[in-house]
Design a protein. Structure first.
Length: 284
């Protein structure tokens, strides 16, 4: 049976050396350092070990369980970065897992820093193990979460994806939160931990903000309208064609001010203006 790099393998203890055990699958010999062994082993004993490549590209064994293996996903801590290679992630082995420079933003300012966290899977290429960033679809397929986030409450998420109109991060459980570009001041690093305030729950995800509530809108009237939408499940039966008296009764503003506020929200790509209603825009 061929050995599988990046997975748990059952191998036989062939012999013992001063600092290691030599394991075999019947064809290849694999080095298991005694520091990576759970206990003393008998010659001929079968043991389960994780196989990975060491710094000299040799296949090495460990009895310690990895945080991620081939075909699995994990949220891993960033240990360090090297602008020539990429980011190194801790996954429980002596050697850290490399996330290639090809998977990282072109701007070094957006690269992760130590203790940032990234959602990744493990890939094998030419006998070496690498981390690979999860896509948005990967997250949806691999994290079937029923976690419920409460509107107006704050949650920690880890930034993963850049979009044209904003960014996307995920809670540790894999729940997606979209943040529109108007709802953060500075573009965060990939893997950066963000404390987000939930604005609304949509069909596909949650939307949130990194800006304090009092700063959400520069336009006072737009802020009033948007807050009304948030308080009414993201929709309202008012448009720029609504009656003057109805607008004033609900929003305490003139129709011209109401139309300017709606226009501001539309310009921010925050709402959908329909013939009979207005809704917070859903992000797919």
């Amino acid at each position: 049976m061929a050995i599988e790099l990046g997975k748990i393998n059952r191998l036989e203890v062939k012999r013992e050396a001063d600092i290691s055990y030599i394991l075999t699958d019947g064809e290849q010999e694999i080095f298991l350092h005694k520091k990576e062994a759970e206990r003393a082993y008998e010659i001929g004993e079968l043991i389960d070990v994780f196989l990975y490549d060491d710094n000299q590209a040799r296949i090495t064994a460990s009895t310690k369980p990895p945080s991620v293996s081939i075909g699995e996903t994990a949220l891993l801590n960033v240990v360090s970065t090297n602008y020539n290679y990429g980011a190194f992630l801790y996954y429980g082995m002596v050697k850290d897992l490399l996330l290639s420079i090809d998977d990282l933003p072109k701007s070094h300012r957006l690269w992760p820093k130590p203790n940032d966290k990234l959602f990744v899977t493990m890939k094998e290429k030419h006998g070496r193990l690498f981390a690979h960033l999860l896509t948005r679809q990967d997250m949806r397929d691999m994290y079937d979460t029923d976690e419920e986030l409460l509107v107006k409450e704050y949650y920690d998420i880890y930034h993963l994806l850049y979009l044209e109109n904003g960014i996307i991060g995920f809670t540790e459980n894999g729940t997606e939160v979209f943040i529109h570009k108007n709802n953060y001041r500075d573009l965060p690093r990939i893997g950066q931990k963000l404390n987000v305030r939930i604005l609304a729950k949509n069909e596909y995800n949650y939307t949130g903000t990194l800006i304090a509530q009092k700063e959400l809108m520069l336009d006072k009237d737009a802020n009033i309208i948007y807050q009304y939408l948030l308080d009414n499940d993201g929709e309202m039966p008012f448009t720029d064609k609504s009656d003057v008296d109805e607008i004033y009764q609900v929003f305490k503003m003139s129709k011209s001010a109401f139309k300017r506020g709606l226009g501001h929200l539309k310009k921010m790509d925050a709402v959908e203006l329909n013939p009979n209603d207005t809704k917070i825009k859903k992000v797919k």
